[in-house]
Each structure stands twice: as C-alpha cells, then as structure tokens.
Ligand binder design. Structure first.
Ligand SMILES: [Zn+2]
Length: 308
C-alpha cells in the first residue's frame, strides 16, 4: 500500500491541521506555518518533505525566515501536496516559488533547497493586521517583486530588512508616501509593463540623487517621521517614493508624447528639474542621471522623430 500520495516513499497522509493559504506567500513561510500548526519543528517537517541542502542547519533556517526561500523538485511538490492536503495546482497558484520555472530539476527522490538568497524576488513581511483579519497569527513572508510592500488597508509599510525593528512603518504620518503609492498603482493599471518599467527607472535615478545627498532635509525629515535612520538603506525607497513617482509620471508623459527632438529634450529636462527643485531638491546632483535616461529615450522610434 502506498497511501493517498501514491508515492512509495515519503509522507502518505496529510497533517491533521491545515493552514490557510495566503496569496503570494513564500514556500518557506508556508511550510513553517504548516509545521508549527502541527506542533512540529521545521527540521522535523522538512525530514518528511525530502532530502535537501541547508538541512544541516534547520534552526538557522527557522530563526531567519526573512533570509531564505524553499525550492522543491516535482517529487518534493508531491510530498508538500500530501502533507498540506492541498492540490499541487492550488499550491502553485498561490505560492509563487512553486511555479514550474522554479521547480528543481531531478526526478525520483524528493529534493529541496533552501538558498540564502531567494532566486525570484524579495522576502517581505506581510502586514500582520491583514493576517489577523484572516485568522493567520504567525508572521507571513511574501515573495515580492519589490523589496517592500504597502498595505493600503492598514496603512503599513513593510520591507525585506534583516533587522527586526521596526517590523513595519505606519504610513499615517507619511500621507505623501500613501499618495505616491496610489499614483504608482494608477500608473501600472493604466500603462501596464511600461508603467512598471518607467517607475523602476525613476526610482533608480532618484536613488542616485539620494546617494549624492542623503542628508537632504526633505528625505531626512521623512525618515525621522517614519522612525528610521536618515542614512539607513531601508529608509530609501520609502523616503524617495513621492519624488520617484513624480519623476516617473514626467518620464511617461515624455515617452507617450512621442516627440524626441533636441528642443523637446531640452524642454523636458528644464521642466523636470523645475519639478524636482519645487520638491526642494538640488537639481545639479541628479542632472547626469536625467541626461543618461534622455539619451536612451526614443531610441526605438523612427529616425524622423529623433533629435538630431
Ligand atoms: Zn494590512
């Protein structure tokens, strides 16, 4: 007899206590909750999932869920399916790291790896109030495209910081960052991939700006309101958010306008510098970055539209 799994080796029956699925959760976070929900340590649970790497130090894995993600091969996925009592299709739809492209090679025996850097995103803590609302009381780590997340429902900012404190930033004290986040969501809804790409470009540029003047009062004051050190790396995406979104809109308007002549570029640069100066930034610091972006802009349009 091979049990409900149909596998000759490995677990045969689901663990008695299932856990609620959370969309976008990291596999490591999910299995930790499943193990703890059944009174098992992670090491004990992992012994049932298969043979893996990093299993030599499961306590470290258990203590630092924000550092690492779990990847399995097809047989490992079957074991997870059996232990959780959930279908592989359902697990794959909800847990991004189980997507086919991240499945480990190797048939036969179940395998899992637990690398110290996640391969497909950032491990970001989920808003705990959202968890409580769904009766999920254990911390949940999301596999996120950005190294931070905003919960608009509870106005909390969480990130992938390896330091535990603070575990979130309350955004009530930073209304301009909430507005920026809503603006970014609007941008992505309206312009799709182009919106995401331009925001990434704008963030990179404003981040360079920040590196040139980390003590800029505009940003230092926001970091102070957030309860973060003005020069700490984790504060950067939050404190520059309003300027990054404003710059992204300006870049999008320029791209969408489709006019890339030298006069158009000069006008855009002057307008954008004006916009950033209005926010209180020293424009000489960021000009090189803006020029570099302008240089690449409009390359894909027909020559007649390009500047000479
Ligand atoms: Zn929330």
């Amino acid at each position: 007899m091979t049990g409900v799994s149909g596998l000759r080796f490995g677990p045969r029956w689901p663990l008695p206590n299932g856990v609620r699925l959370v969309g976008g959760e990291s596999t490591g976070s999910f299995v930790a909750r499943l193990a703890h929900g059944n009174g098992l340590g992670l090491a004990e649970f992992l012994g049932r999932v298969g043979q893996g790497q990093a299993s030599a130090d499961p306590e470290r894995v258990e203590r630092y869920p924000q550092f690492t993600e779990m990847y399995v091969n097809e047989a490992g996925l079957r074991h997870l399916e059996v232990l959780s009592g959930l279908s592989a299709g359902m697990l794959r739809r909800v847990l991004p790291s189980l997507a086919e492209r991240y499945v480990l090679p190797g048939g036969g025996e179940a395998l899992w790896q637990w690398p110290w850097e996640a391969e497909n995103g950032f491990l970001v803590r989920r808003c705990t109030l959202c968890g409580y609302a769904r009766r999920v009381c254990e911390p949940v780590w999301l596999m996120s495209e950005d190294n931070w997340q905003v919960c608009l429902r509870h106005l909390r900012w969480t990130d992938d910081s390896r330091s535990q404190e603070p575990s979130f930033v309350g955004l009530k004290v930073l209304p301009e960052c909430v507005r920026a986040h809503r603006g970014r969501l609007r941008m992505v809804r309206r312009f799709g991939v182009a919106g995401g790409r331009v925001f990434a470009d704008a963030s990179r540029i404003v981040r360079c700006w920040w590196t040139g003047m980390p003590d800029e009062p505009l940003w230092a004051e926001r970091a102070w309101r957030a309860g973060l050190g003005a020069r700490t790396a984790r504060a950067v995406p939050l404190v520059i958010y309003p300027e990054a979104v404003a710059l992204a809109w300006s870049m999008l308007r320029f791209e969408q306008g489709g006019r890339f002549g030298s006069a158009d570029r000069t006008r855009w640069l002057a307008d954008t510098e004006c916009l950033m100066a209005g926010a209180g930034l020293d424009c000489t610091v960021g000009r090189d970055e803006l020029l570099r972006w302008l240089e690449g802009c409009g390359r894909d349009v027909p020559g007649r539209l390009r500047g000479r």
